[in-house]
Design a protein around this ligand. Structure first.
Ligand code: SF4
Ligand code: SF4
Length: 134
């Protein structure tokens, strides 16, 4: 049972993890899933996660439990070349409405190292891009 809860608005952006002063929030990327975790024994109950969450997703409900709780699990988007986890599907959907371009699913390394030719292929054939990178 988890004492720290998020509602369905959570998109896995990790703003709460990055801004928790007590290290009480963490996450795990495994396969196609990102899992947000909270440790009540580290939590200072400062409310920073609640204030900082851009999705208004944090819901407090808790007493000291003393272990890592899995808060929520969501789909992950990976780099199309090396498979490194990039962000969640929900975060991608949130950003889709805010960007005036369509970002490719590439990690920083493969964004930098892709040849111009590969970028041309990217527009037409994702499989061709994978071959170009090896
Ligand atoms: S709870 Fe809020 S800040 Fe934390 S991952 Fe979910 S949407 Fe982002
Ligand atoms: S209440 Fe404060 S210490 Fe607890 S998880 Fe949120 S930001 Fe971290």
């Amino acid at each position: 049972m988890s004492f720290f809860k998020v509602n369905h608005n959570c998109n896995g952006c990790l703003a709460c993890v990055q801004n928790c002063p007590a290290g009480a929030l963490s996450y795990r990327d495994e396969g196609n899933k990102r899992t947000l975790m909270h440790n009540m024994s580290l939590c200072a109950r400062c409310g920073n996660c609640w204030r900082i969450c851009p999705q208004k997703a944090v819901e407090f409900e808790g007493i000291l439990k003393g272990q890592w709780d899995e808060v929520t699990t969501m789909e992950l988007v990976h780099c199309m070349v090396c498979g490194e986890p990039l962000y969640t599907d929900g975060f991608r959907r949130t950003m889709d409405g805010k960007l005036d371009y369509e970002p490719a699913n590439l990690c920083p390394l493969h964004k930098k190292t892709f040849s111009l030719d590969a970028w041309r292929h990217l527009a037409f054939d994702e499989k061709a891009v994978r071959r170009n990178a090896v």
